[in-house]
Design a protein around this ligand. Structure first.
Ligand code: F6P
Length: 352
């Protein structure tokens, strides 16, 4: 009888792991891919790490795709190991890099992406990103690719989850800025307009205002506060003897920060306060993820690898009422309102 060839070390490890698994857990998929796409945010690295570690635990190999869909089209793909995701848990950004790929929105771009998935034997894909990225994931799902989406955006503007990965860290960054601006505002007796990111969603602005004790939050979901009403609020705050007035404005609020600043500056004599503006910008996207974001990202990332392994596709893994929840991608990318009426009411009562 001829000698049976010993499997290579990596295959041996896979065999060993598969022996430790229950029959339901036995290997279904051999190789999956993971990419981050769209705007980055804190928590993407812990999320990739969880996909890789759970994937390997289940006996799959995990390929990292660089620069999101742009890298999938260009074939920038390499295997990730337990070691290659070591030391990234606390790092902001995404070590795989990200991009917004215009090419992927074209049929030719999607075809090249599909070819590369076949070329690299990738049977399932985890896409971590926001609305645009998950719209791309849905396109791949429609073309027969097994895809699981994960909510990675500071905007918190997706359905199918109470909170997205990165929001908690971004909120803490906003809070830090509000606290610091309040110091200088009080010293100079000034009003400040602080603009937050969030695209068309006012979640970051409202929650930042609530946590930071701002005098007003202006958000697209509650757009019935006129410029005149804001000016009257400044006057009222001044007359009541406060030495600052903080207004947190979501970038999606209309008519926008610049129009508000111009209006308030023109009313300076009547309002009492001089007005300054701070646009927080991309600082909100950086920084080491908070404990909450690391744990959320780890839970969702691990669940995504498990879902692919079990053969599921076309869903986003989110967090609803303290539990993992799967929602069809086509649902999560529909416009959604994340502002709960009771939270808005609470914020309005606190704004004094
Ligand atoms: O979607 C995340 C986000 O940071 C939004 O809040 C913001 O409107 C946008 O991305 C900014 O995009 P960019 O980094 O391409 O300027």
């Amino acid at each position: 009888m001829g000698r049976v060839a010993r499997p290579a070390p990596q295959a041996r490890a896979r065999l060993l792991i598969s022996c430790l698994l229950t029959s339901e857990e036995r290997i279904h998929m051999k190789r999956i891919g993971v990419l981050t796409s769209g705007g980055d945010g804190p928590g993407l690295n812990p999320c990739i790490r969880a996909v890789v570690r759970m994937g390997i635990h289940l006996g799959m190999s995990v390929m990292g795709i660089r620069r999101g869909y742009a890298g999938l089209i260009a074939g920038e793909i390499e295997e990730l190991t337990l070691r290659s995701v070591g030391g990234i848990l606390g790092r902001g950004g995404t070590f795989l890099s990200t991009s917004r790929s215009a090419e992927f929105t074209t049929p030719q771009g999607q075809l090249t992406a599909l070819r590369n998935l076949h070329r690299f034997d990738i049977e399932g894909l985890v896409v971590i990103g926001g609305n645009g990225s998950l719209t791309g994931a849905q396109k791949l799902h429609e073309q027969g690719v097994k895809v699981i989406g994960l909510p990675g955006t500071i905007d918190n503007d997706l359905g199918g989850t109470d909170i997205t990965i990165g929001v908690d860290t971004a909120l803490n960054t906003i809070l830090d800025a509000v606290d610091k601006i309040k110091d200088t505002a009080s010293s100079h007796n000034r009003a400040f307009i602080i603009e937050t990111m969030g695209r068309n969603c006012g979640y970051l602005a409202l929650m930042g205002a609530l946590a930071g004790g701002a005098e007003l939050a202006l958000i697209p979901e509650n757009n019935d506060i006129s410029l005149e009403a804001v000016s009257n609020l400044l006057k009222d705050v001044y007359v009541r003897g406060k030495n600052h007035c903080i207004i947190v404005v979501a970038e999606g609020w209309k008519p926008g920060t610049a129009a508000l600043a111009a209006y308030l500056n023109a009313q300076k004599e009547q309002q009492g306060f001089e007005v300054r503006t701070t646009v927080l910008g991309h600082v909100q996207r950086g920084g080491s993820p908070t404990a909450y974001d690391r744990i959320l990202a780890t839970r969702l990332g691990a669940a995504a690898a498990e879902a692919l392994y079990a053969g599921r596709s076309g869903v986003m893994i989110g967090w609803i009422d303290g539990k993992i929840a799967e929602t069809p991608l086509e649902e999560v990318i529909k416009p959604t309102n994340k502002i709960k009426p009771d939270v808005l009411r609470l914020a309005r009562v606190m704004e004094r």
